[in-house]
Unconditional design. Structure first.
Length: 704
C-alpha cells in the first residue's frame, strides 16, 4: 500500500490556488443554492457519504480545465447539504498532469464500522471508496496485475482521517480486474461500482454496470477486498443508450417498515425520457435477498403502446410498393427502395414498430445514405407523433419537419434498434403547409435510421418504456448517500446532459449538482412509486417572502408579478379543468424573464394532456446546442380533490419542478441574462380556478 503523497500535495496546491483566487460565486449563471466547484469541470457525484455529522460530496473532477479530462475525485463537505466547503482533491489522476497512467472514474464510499477491511488501526475507523480505474494504456500495476489499454476495472482506497486524505490499495488493485468470463470482451465498459452493507447477510454488496450490454452485475464480499459474482440483472425497460451509475437501495412503502422494497436506479445515455435528448435516469422497483435483485412485474414494460385514439395516420409504410409508390420522394441510395419487414441482414433485432413494414435505412449496412421527403400537408392537429430508432445524430440521421423550406422541428434516434414514440408540439404552426423529411446522410457507426407510424393527433403519444426518476433533460448519474439512518434516503444528481455538457456557457466552472432530494416510495394508482422532495435541511436559506396571493378565479391572459428575483422557491396550486376543444389550454408561471419577455422560461400544466411542462426555448442563451431550446413534458394527475400542486425551485441557471406529492419531477438548465428577474402568471384556453401562489426569494448559500 502506497500513500499517494504526490497526488495529495498536488491536490492541496490546486485547492490553495483556488482559495487564493477567492471566487465570488456571483458570476453570471453561478448557482446560488446548488453545489458547483469553484472552477473547472465536474460530472458524476461519487462516494456520497454521511459520517460524524458531515456530508461528504465527492465528484468527478478535472483539475486542469473546464472540459472533461484527467478524471479525479473532487471533494466538498457540508453540515446541512446547503453550505459547502471546498476541500482538496481527494484522488488525483495518477501521473497528473504530464503522464496520466490511471484516472479515477465514478464510484461510491462506505464507513467500515467493523473494520472488515483491516485498514483501520489505532482506533481509527476506515472510510473505504470503490471506484472505476481507467487505464489509458496497457501496463503492469504495483500489485503485479496487468491491464489492457483503455481497460476499466474496480479499485479501492481508504481514509483514516474522515475522508480528508486517501490511500490507494496498491497491494491488490484493481480488486475486480475483469468482467465475468462470458463478458470478457466488455472490459472497455465495466464501471461505476455502488457499494453498501447488507445487514441481513452481513456482507458488502457491489453493483456494477456492463454498460453496453444493459446489465447490472451484483458482487458480494466480506472484507471489501475480495469479491464474488452473485448474480446479474437486465436488460429491462429503457435500453436506448449505455447503462451507467447504478444504485440499489431499500425503501419502505408508505412509511410501513414491514413493507420494504428495493429500488434499482440506473443512468442511461443517450435514451432519456420521451421528448428529451441525451441522458436520463430510470428506476425499477423489486426485491433483493442479498444476492439477487428481482423486479416486480408492474415495474417492467415491454412492447410499443398504440398511438392516441384520435390519431390520423399520415404514413404507416404498410401495404406494397416502393417509397415513391407510397407518396414519398426518395433521393440518394433510397431511390427505388421500399419499406422493409423489420430487421435487415447484419443488423441487431429491430423492435417497437407497428404492423409489418417500416423505414429502415440499414439497406447496405450503414453505408446506405439518402433522404425521403413526404408529400405536402396542412398541419391540422396539435401533435405530430411518430416512432423512431437508429442513430443519434440530429444532422445526419434524423426526421425533420419543414415549413417554407426551413427546418422547424427535428428528432433523432438513441443509438438503439428499439423504436419509441417522439412527438412534436406544432400547435403554433396550425394551418401552415409542411413536409416531413427522413434523413440518412451518415455512413459510419449507427449511420441509419428507423421510422414508423407517423400520425397527427391532439394528444401526445408516449412510450411507457421505463419509470423515470426525472422527466427533464438535466438529471443524470444520481448517487445516494451511505451512512444515513435507515428511514432517511437522500440522493444528488449531476445537473447536466452529455448532449451539451461540454459547451454550456459557464465560466470558470462547468456543471452543478441537483438539489439534494429525499426519496421515498408511495402507493400511487395501486403501484409503488418513487417520490422526491427537497431535503428539509435545504430550506435553511429561504429568506424573504416575495409574494403570497390567491384568486378564486383568474381570467384568461397574463398577470405580471413584477420583479421577484433570480433564486426562488415557488408553490403554485390551482384546479384542474376540462380543456377547450382545439385550443391550447394551459396554466402556469413565467420565471427568469426580462422586462420585455424576450427571455423567459415557462413552467406550467397542460389540461388537455394532463402534463406539466418546462419550456426553455426562449430562456436566454440557447445558441450553444441545437437541441437545447425545447419544451419538456411529464405526466401528472390531479389530486382526488381536482387540484394540481407544483413546487418550483429557480436558481441563476436552473429550474427544478416537483409535481403532486413528488411523483413527477423535471430538471432543466437555463442561461438567462442578469436582468431576467421578472415573473408572470399565464392562463390560456379559459379561466383558472382556486389559484394560490407563494414565492420566497432564496439567498446565496455562498454568502453565509
Amino acid at each position: 500500500m502506497v500513500i499517494m503523497l504526490k497526488a495529495l500535495l498536488l491536490g492541496l496546491s490546486a485547492f490553495q490556488a483556488v482559495s487564493a483566487e477567492k471566487p465570488s460565486y456571483t458570476e453570471l449563471y453561478r448557482p446560488q443554492f446548488h453545489f458547483t466547484p469553484s472552477k473547472n469541470w465536474m460530472n458524476d457525484p461519487s462516494g456520497l457519504l454521511y459520517h460524524e455529522g458531515i456530508y461528504h460530496l465527492f465528484y468527478q473532477y478535472n483539475p486542469g480545465g473546464a472540459t472533461w479530462g484527467a478524471m479525479s475525485w473532487g471533494h466538498a463537505t457540508s453540515r446541512d447539504l446547503t453550505h459547502w466547503e471546498q476541500q482538496p482533491v481527494a484522488l488525483l489522476a495518477r501521473g497528473y498532469p504530464n503522464n496520466i497512467t490511471e484516472m479515477f472514474f465514478t464510484g461510491s464510499a462506505v464507513v467500515d464500522v467493523d473494520n472488515t477491511s483491516g485498514f483501520g488501526h489505532s482506533g481509527k475507523t476506515p472510510l473505504v471508496a470503490m471506484y472505476t480505474s481507467y487505464y489509458p494504456y496497457a501496463q503492469t500495476m504495483p500489485s503485479g496485475k496487468t491491464v489492457q489499454a483503455n481497460q476499466q476495472a474496480q479499485s479501492i482506497a481508504y481514509s483514516l482521517d474522515n475522508g480528508m486524505t486517501w490511500t490507494t490499495y496498491d497491494a491488490a488493485n484493481p480488486v475486480i480486474s475483469d468482467p465475468p468470463a462470458p463478458y470478457s470482451d466488455q472490459f472497455l465498459n465495466f464501471r461505476d461500482p455502488n457499494i453498501f452493507w447488507h445487514k441481513p447477510t452481513k456482507k458488502w454488496i457491489a453493483v456494477l454496470s456492463l454498460a453496453e450490454l444493459h446489465k447490472l452485475l451484483i458482487y458480494t464480499s466480506k472484507d471489501l477486498k475480495n469479491w464474488t459474482l452473485a448474480s446479474e440483472f437486465g436488460p429491462v425497460n429503457a435500453v436506448g443508450g449505455v447503462w451507467e451509475c447504478p444504485n440499489l437501495f431499500p425503501l419502505s412503502v408508505d412509511g410501513d417498515d414491514d413493507n420494504l422494497k428495493w429500488v434499482a436506479m440506473i443512468g442511461l445515455n443517450p435514451g432519456g425520457p420521451p421528448g428529451t435528448i441525451g441522458s436520463g435516469t430510470q428506476y425499477v422497483v423489486g426485491n433483493f435477498d442479498g444476492t439477487t435483485f428481482t423486479a416486480e412485474a408492474d415495474s417492467l414494460y415491454s412492447g410499443t403502446t398504440p398511438p392516441p385514439s384520435d390519431s390520423i395516420v399520415f404514413a404507416d409504410f404498410e401495404g406494397t410498393g416502393s417509397f415513391a409508390d407510397l407518396g414519398w420522394t426518395p433521393a440518394g441510395d433510397l431511390i427505388g427502395q421500399s419499406p422493409v419487414n423489420g430487421t435487415l441482414r447484419g443488423q441487431n433485432p429491430v423492435t417497437g414498430y407497428l404492423g409489418k413494414r417500416l423505414v429502415n435505412t440499414f439497406l447496405n449496412g450503414d453505408a446506405t445514405t439518402g433522404t425521403l421527403t413526404s408529400r405536402s400537408f396542412t398541419i391540422s392537429k396539435r401533435y405530430i407523433n411518430f416512432l423512431i430508432g437508429g442513430g443519434h445524430d440530429f444532422n445526419n440521421t434524423a426526421v425533420h419537419l419543414k415549413v417554407d423550406g426551413q427546418i422547424v422541428r427535428s428528432a433523432t434516434g438513441t443509438n438503439s434498434e428499439s423504436l419509441s414514440w417522439q412527438s412534436w408540439d406544432v400547435g403554433s404552426l396550425l394551418n401552415q403547409t409542411a413536409v416531413i423529411q427522413i434523413v440518412d446522410t451518415s455512413s459510419g457507426g449507427w449511420g441509419h435510421i428507423n421510422v414508423d407510424e407517423i400520425s397527427f393527433s391532439d394528444s401526445m403519444a408516449r412510450s411507457q418504456v421505463a419509470n423515470w426518476v426525472d422527466w427533464g433533460p438535466d438529471f443524470y448519474a444520481a448517487q445516494s448517500y451511505n451512512g444515513l439512518p435507515p428511514d432517511e434516503h437522500i440522493a444528488i444528481a449531476w445537473m447536466n446532459n452529455w448532449q451539451y455538457a461540454g459547451v454550456i456557457p459557464t465560466s470558470p466552472w462547468r456543471s452543478a449538482t441537483s438539489i439534494p432530494r429525499e426519496f421515498s416510495l408511495k402507493t400511487i394508482d395501486g403501484k409503488a412509486t418513487l417520490v422526491q422532495a427537497p431535503t428539509e435541511k435545504w430550506g435553511s436559506i429561504v429568506r424573504r417572502k416575495a409574494l403570497d396571493r390567491s384568486w378564486s378565479s383568474l381570467n384568461q391572459g397574463t398577470k405580471s408579478l413584477g420583479s421577484v428575483g433570480k433564486a426562488l422557491q415557488i408553490e403554485l396550486s390551482f384546479s384542474d379543468r376540462e380543456p377547450a376543444a382545439a385550443e391550447a389550454s394551459q396554466f402556469g408561471i413565467i420565471v427568469r424573464a426580462t422586462p420585455d419577455l424576450k427571455q423567459q422560461t415557462r413552467v406550467g400544466y397542460d389540461f388537455s394532456t394532463k402534463e406539466i411542462f418546462v419550456d426553455r426555448s426562449q430562456s436566454g442563451d440557447v445558441s450553444f446546442d441545437g437541441t437545447f431550446p425545447a419544451t419538456y413534458y411529464a405526466p401528472l394527475a390531479a389530486t382526488a380533490k381536482g387540484q394540481i400542486n407544483l413546487r418550483i425551485y429557480v436558481d441563476w441557471s436552473s429550474v427544478e419542478v416537483f409535481g403532486g406529492e413528488g411523483e413527477t419531477t423535471m430538471t432543466a438548465q437555463i442561461f438567462p441574462s442578469d436582468s431576467a428577474a421578472h415573473a408572470q402568471i399565464f392562463s390560456t384556453g379559459g379561466n383558472t380556478q382556486n389559484v394560490r401562489i407563494r414565492i420566497n426569494e432564496i439567498s446565496s448559500a455562498w454568502a453565509d
